[in-house]
Design a binder for this molecule. Structure first.
Ligand SMILES: Nc1ncnc2c1ncn2[C@@H]1O[C@H](COP(=O)(O)OP(=O)(O)OP(=O)(O)O)[C@@H](O)[C@H]1O
Ligand SMILES: [Mg+2]
Length: 454
């Protein structure tokens, strides 16, 4: 893919679509917060996030269907922030398809062109071209009522493509389809858009869909983008605990750093002492995460961790076996094994599980904030501040440079405000936090021990 990266904030110098610092409130509810998204020409981007995180709102703002409170959007070098929707040349496919029931298939596809006062001959050729693209030319004169869900979905895509959009926005276009059809349509849509070399933003809350379809995935949480990267990077190197949890399964063990040498940490967890690569100060609260395919049954070999776990639930999935283990509250342990392993294990068995400490799937997340009764690691995905807020906090904070770490004192009410502002945690008292410079969500690393967790 290539493309020059801007200064550290993920902005591209050669962006085709550039969404900068967009914010949106609905009355007192802040829905988008200083959001940026830089997309290359021809890219297929997924916005992946839980219900209510602001995906549709962002799409509507890009399409011009909703004004942002602040921020700037450029498309193909033109500032479109104040350009009305019908002049943006952006095609939109809505979740409900929003087809007009009183019009035929062809009239639906022609709708955007007629609204733009396109000459009749051009409308006719554009309609037949678009219907051919989605392989439904023979349905041109049908009523919308006489279409299956999959056909309606394709007509909605044809309608959006008919205006030769500079950008295509798709809001959960497959969610109304049954699973089998959805999987077929996924690849069909992907191939079509790739062949047409169209830049597209695809909204979904289905991680599999995002992983198989996208050039890059923007993982959204509570009005912010927590990570914007390739599917492989999002899966193998999640930037925050939220991304780790939202995309794929993992073994997650909370622990405390009790020693470090040569970049290797000794970490005490509920299932014993393990080792991990990382740079976290002594006493730091961390979460160690291992993807299930990186666990194996059997004792440690050189360079591996091994822990004893009790089997809770083996789930047979045809080609593989997913083993869930009993874990301490707030932790989880899950392994993906070859199906044949089903012969070896039963619920209640105690087994030794090991993994390579260098394994690509091993993550140390510098996210442990000791302070709010030790629960912030778990809840951190909801409450840790974004960089914007950090700067604000920094402004009020006492700072001390310490290598790559910056010590920031947050007063009790500042912590509580941040936390309670999200309605998640009611406790919290004043502590010293060590925050990595330019920390993003999830990178608050460590309390220095003063007044630390109860
Ligand atoms: N017109 C509106 N007035 C008030 N609040 C709104 C409005 N539109 C959206 N919201 C709120 O903004 C938040 C984000 O909504 P949005 O539709 O963008 O979420 P989403 O990520 O698309 O969710 P879903 O996956 O359920 O479609 C939600 O809390 C929603 O209730
Ligand atoms: Mg939505």
């Amino acid at each position: 893919m290539g493309g020059a990266l801007g200064q550290g904030d993920g902005r591209l110098t050669d962006a085709y679509l550039d969404v900068q610092d967009v914010g949106k409130r609905f009355r007192e509810t802040r829905v988008l917060e200083g959001l940026g998204l830089s997309v290359r020409p021809g890219e297929f981007i997924s916005l992946l996030g839980p219900s209510g995180c602001g995906k549709t709102t962002l799409l509507r703002i890009i399409a011009g269907l909703l004004p942002a409170d602040r921020g700037r959007i450029t498309l193909d070098g033109v500032d479109i922030t104040r350009v009305p929707a019908h002049k943006r040349r952006i095609g939109v496919v809505f979740q409900s398809y929003a087809l007009f029931p009183h019009l035929t298939v062809a009239e639906n596809v022609a709708f955007g062109l007629k609204a733009r006062r396109t000459p009749a001959a051009d409308v006719a050729s554009a309609v037949s071209r678009s219907l051919a693209l989605v392989r439904l030319s023979e349905l041109a004169d049908r009523s919308i009522f006489a279409l299956s869900g999959g056909q309606q979905q394709r007509i909605a895509v044809a309608r959006a493509l008919a205006v030769r959009p500079k950008l295509l926005l798709l809001d959960e276009p497959l969610s109304a389809l049954d699973r089998k059809l959805r999987e077929t349509m996924r690849m069909e849509l992907r191939h079509l858009l790739r062949d047409l070399d169209i830049t597209a933003i695809f909204v979904t809350h289905d991680q599999d869909e995002a992983l198989v379809m996208s050039d890059r995935i923007a993982v959204m949480n509570a009005g912010r983008i927590e990570q914007f990267d390739t599917p492989t990077a999002v899966y193998t190197a999640p930037a925050t605990p939220f991304v780790l949890d939202f995309v794929g399964m993992s073994t997650r063990l909370r622990g405390t750093v009790v020693g470090a040498s040569d970049g290797e940490l000794a970490i005490d967890t509920a299932v014993g002492r393990i080792r991990a690569r990382g740079c976290v100060p002594h006493g730091g609260a961390v979460v160690v995460a291992v993807r299930p395919e990186n666990l194996r049954l059997g004792p440690a070999r050189g360079g591996e961790n091994a822990v004893d776990l009790k089997v809770r639930d083996p789930v047979f999935l045809g080609s593989k076996l997913i083993l869930h283990f009993h874990a301490a509250e707030g932790d989880s342990a899950v392994a993906e094994l070859p199906a044949a392993a089903a012969q070896q294990v039963a619920p209640g068995d105690n087994v030794t599980v090991s993994w390579d400490i260098e394994s690509v799937g091993l993550f140390v997340l510098h996210c442990g904030v000791v302070g709010c009764r030790g629960h912030l690691v778990q809840r951190g995905r909801d409450v840790l501040p974004a960089s914007g807020h950090l700067a604000q906090l920094d402004g009020k904070a006492v700072e001390r440079e310490a290598g790559p770490w910056r010590q920031v004192r947050l007063s009790a009410h500042m912590v509580r405000d941040r936390v309670q502002g999200h309605g998640k945690v009611s406790g919290g008292s004043g502590h010293d936090f060590v925050i990595r410079q330019n920390a993003r969500i999830g990178e608050i690393a460590h309390a220095d021990g003063r007044g630390a967790a109860a």
